[in-house]
Design a protein around this ligand. Structure first.
Ligand code: AMP
Length: 291
């Protein structure tokens, strides 16, 4: 595995792979890698000949009161894990390399950020889209992998690539969960044992919504009430939003369907957690790991 920090070197490396007839896959991350990231690497390896994994904690997607400075970092461990999982190139640009001057021109999410996390994290998706656009221009991947755990982000990136004609296939992988259903996240390391226990109510409550749908319920209000009731049983969680949205517009629906996205955000102490399911599938359709 090669490790690069300079944009010019990264672009040259990627172009050399492609000139040799290889397909390049990109897995953008903020590091502190876990099995959810590695499942994206596995998929990238299946879809490409060389896999680039970027580690960059992007300051522009964090709000002023968010956790940029304390976001978990462990590059030595990431290096070992990425190499063991078959990453060909680890791209770890310093902040000055990505932002030598404050950016003026940015990519804006438009109305796809009107619901779900958008209103709760002003500027977040513009930060995400702008850095991903930069990474797409730097790495020039044939395929890029994103996790459905961050469904609004993944669909926004797919839409950016389509609307702005990026020559890249945006592939979205299922959420990877622990045995009790909690979606893996670098931020789970913040959780106290009590908060970690309470957090398992998030996937449970989404599955309560799935169960209502499976029983034939089609009124969004009733499905959302089932989720809310399941979450209310866990007082250690403070709900930020619970929404049922359609997968194209990411706008709330009155009548749910199998492909409706059921998504929520909640706080366990200081830690903000998000999760979602495709309503007709529930968490059973997602990947599980033992830990
Ligand atoms: P992050 O490092 O948290 O910014 O995540 C980098 C990529 O990994 C994003 O595409 C995430 O959606 C994806 N990812 C993070 N956690 C999971 C998970 N539990 N399951 C699937 N994908 C994930």
């Amino acid at each position: 595995m090669i490790e690069l920090t300079a944009i010019r070197e990264m672009r040259e490396w990627s172009r050399a792979r492609r000139a040799g007839g290889g397909r390049v896959g990109l897995v953008p991350t903020m590091g502190f890698l876990h099995e959810g990231h590695f499942q994206l690497v596995d998929r990238a390896r299946a879809e490409a000949d060389a896999v680039v994994l970027s580690v960059f904690v992007n300051p522009t997607q964090f709000g002023p009161a968010e956790d940029f400075s304390r976001y978990p970092r462990d590059l030595a461990r990431d290096r070992t894990g990425a190499a063991a999982r078959g990453v060909s190139c680890l791209f770890v640009p310093p902040i000055e390399e990505m932002y030598p001057r404050p950016g003026v021109v940015t990519v804006q999410p438009g109305r796809l950020a009107d619901h779900l996390c958008g209103p709760h994290r002003p500027g977040h998706f513009a930060g995400v889209l702008t850095v991903v656009a930069k990474l797409f221009h730097i790495v020039e991947p044939d395929v890029a992998l994103f996790g459905r755990k961050d469904v609004q982000q993944a669909l926004l990136i797919r839409r950016m690539a389509a609307d702005l004609d990026f020559p890249v296939t945006v592939s979205i992988a299922p959420t990877t969960r622990t045995a009790d259903g909690l979606a893996l996240s670098s931020r789970n390391v913040y959780l106290s044992p009590e908060e970690r226990r309470a957090a398992a109510a998030l996937p449970r409550s989404l599955d309560a919504g799935h169960a209502a749908f499976a029983r034939g319920e089609r009124r969004a209000g009733t499905v959302l009430a089932a989720v809310r009731a399941a979450l209310a049983a866990e007082p250690a969680l403070e709900v930020e939003y619970i929404e049922a949205v359609d997968p194209d517009r990411l706008a709330p629906v009155d009548a749910v369907e199998g492909d409706t996205i059921l998504a929520l955000a909640a706080r366990a102490g200081r830690t903000r957690l998000i999760d979602n399911i495709i309503l007709g599938q529930g968490t059973a359709a997602d990947a599980r790991v033992a830990r």
